[in-house]
Design a protein around this ligand. Structure first.
Ligand SMILES: Nc1ncnc2c1ncn2[C@@H]1O[C@H](COP(=O)(O)OP(=O)(O)O)[C@@H](O)[C@H]1O
Ligand SMILES: [Mg+2]
Length: 366
């Protein structure tokens, strides 16, 4: 299963990789490609706003149309958690109180590390909704990108351990014998505090139950190779190789999931002109080279010689880099025995649709 086949047949295509390797760029370029034949949504949880920049649209927590057949959503996880609360609060007043309550503050802090948690909920809704043929996911730029895949199982364990049930036991009590309980509690604490807590708990009890359903459904989708396809993005650089290797092993060995392909991004290929560069520096030809450069550029011999030295130095520097990249790319191929695609480094950064189109064309050569 290569990337192209995955984009053509799966419901969910997920890009994983450590920060800065080009996940967001590759996800957007892949979504651009897929949108030629399928209704596609690209979802990013990346607060760096790079996707928004490169797609040339301003993204918020709303779905934005980029081109025919291509929508984009940049998920603001705090806003998504708020939206979740909104769904379960009975009225505007309750919602306002909940969003401003000290419990909510604590809860959003507790979940702050798990953007993945909220992202999963949103992802579930997008897929369940069925309005897209394909959802392409650009995972959070965390050092542990694999958290994104693990969060469901972690949450399912929490749900199963009964912690949540225990936590929300008082809910039923408050709801049933509310009045009496409230009176009792009010003696010790302020009435306001108790009311706030009661409201909060009723709301969150419902939310957690619903969350459990969605988390289980999402875990099924992620574990179903017929619907989901995972791809690792890496760069051919020294630090990138062990990180990608670890990520690959975490996904395949620790989680037991399949990685369908890898993308080596921002690659610097070796240039075929290097042999000529070495000839130019050959003492036997050097004087002639300087003379011809001087004549061609209409500069004096000193300037021509400086140019030649600089050009040779730059070419050797680049070639050294390219040799290293070739070595690291081989290493990546060894460590990740899956189909590998190489995307060359584009000049400058990729910051608009035209740039994404170039990445798309490199990723899917005709
Ligand atoms: N093939 C490429 N050529 C040139 N620049 C690239 C390429 N891929 C990504 N970039 C640039 O590298 C930077 C990081 O890419 P990004 O996709 O945001 O990485 P990540 O999402 O993994 O953090 C961005 O500035 C992006 O424009
Ligand atoms: Mg990113």
């Amino acid at each position: 299963m290569n990337l192209e086949q995955a984009l053509a047949t799966k419901k969910l295509v997920v890009f994983l990789g450590t920060g800065g390797v080009g996940k967001t760029t590759i996800a957007a370029a892949s979504a651009l490609h897929a949108s030629r034949t399928r209704k596609t949504l690209v979802l990013t949880v990346d607060p760096a706003r790079r996707l928004a920049d490169s797609l040339g649209v301003k993204l918020g927590s709303e779905i934005v149309n980029v081109r025919p057949n291509l929508d984009a959503l940049m998920l603001d996880t705090k806003a998504a958690l708020d939206a979740l609360v909104k769904r379960y609060a009975h009225d505007a007043r309750t919602l306002h109180r909940i969003l401003n309550s000290r419990f909510y503050e604590q809860l959003s802090d507790a979940f702050a590390g798990s953007e993945e948690f909220v992202a999963m909920g949103a992802l579930h809704d997008l897929i369940a909704d069925g309005q897209y043929d394909l959802v392409v996911v650009d995972t959070p730029p965390s050092a542990h990108a694999v958290e994104f895949l693990r969060v469901n199982r972690r949450l399912i364990r929490v749900f199963e351990s009964g912690v949540v049930k225990y936590l929300f036991k008082p809910t039923r009590f408050l709801r049933l014998g509310g009045g009496a309980m409230m009176q009792l509690l009010t003696r010790w604490t302020s009435n306001e505090y108790v009311e706030e807590m009661a409201e909060f708990m009723v709301t969150f009890d419902q939310m957690f139950r619903d969350m459990e359903t969605r988390v289980r459904a999402m875990d099924e989708v992620l574990n179903d190779p017929a619907r989901t396809s995972l791809h690792v993005v890496a760069t051919a650089e020294e630090e990138s190789v062990p990180r990608a290797t670890r990520l690959y092993r975490d996904i395949t060995q620790t989680l037991g999931l399949r990685v369908d392909s890898a993308i080596v991004n921002r690659y610097h290929p070796r240039l075929p002109g290097m042999e000529v560069t070495e000839m130019l520096d050959n003492p036997a030809f050097r004087a002639g080279s300087v003379k011809r450069i001087g004549a061609a550029a209409r500069v004096d011999p000193d300037a021509a010689e400086r140019f030649l030295d600089d050009a040779i130095k730059a070419a050797r520097f680049y070639d050294g880099l390219a040799r290293d990249q070739a070595r690291y790319a081989d290493k990546l191929r060894e460590e990740m025995p899956v189909p590998v695609r190489v995307v060359p480094a584009m000049q400058g950064s990729v910051h608009d649709l035209a740039g994404l189109e170039r990445v798309r064309a490199a990723l899917f050569p005709q």
